[in-house]
Design a protein around this ligand. Sequence first.
Ligand code: ZN
Length: 159
Amino acid sequence: MALDNLRNLYQQVILEHYKKPRHRGITDPVDRQQRGHNPSCGDTIELTVRLDATGNRIEDVKFEGEGCAIALSSADLMADAMRGKTIAEALEMVKVFQNMMKGDGEFPREHRKLNVMQGVAQFPVRIKCATLTWHTLKAALEHQSAEPSYEAVSNEEID
Ligand code: ZN
């Protein structure tokens, strides 16, 4: 496939998830909750997570918030990929995503849909839009209680 067509395909996937998100809302119940903000673009994402009875596996991730197409489609794609993952697996995927946005590696076949975000890595100013939801999920999972954290995480210092 020509590079231009591939780029169009990436943009289509991003726009589709932006216009028709599948995971907008709030989980029931809320076991983890975290707000994330990306000051450089103005994206704000409020993530909620439902865990299984052991507290070790993610059953559902939902998001609310306002932001650009890249921030919101990244949240929707991430929520899709996180269902059924253990917390350890989820944190590993956060690392893979962050490395991918630095041009280092990509997701294996099972999660190849997430690789559409690689196209964003060509636009350094938008990378923080794409990583916001991942950064926020990491904070949510590392926060060891269902008590909401009112402190919004900001990814301003992250590269
Ligand atoms: Zn943005």
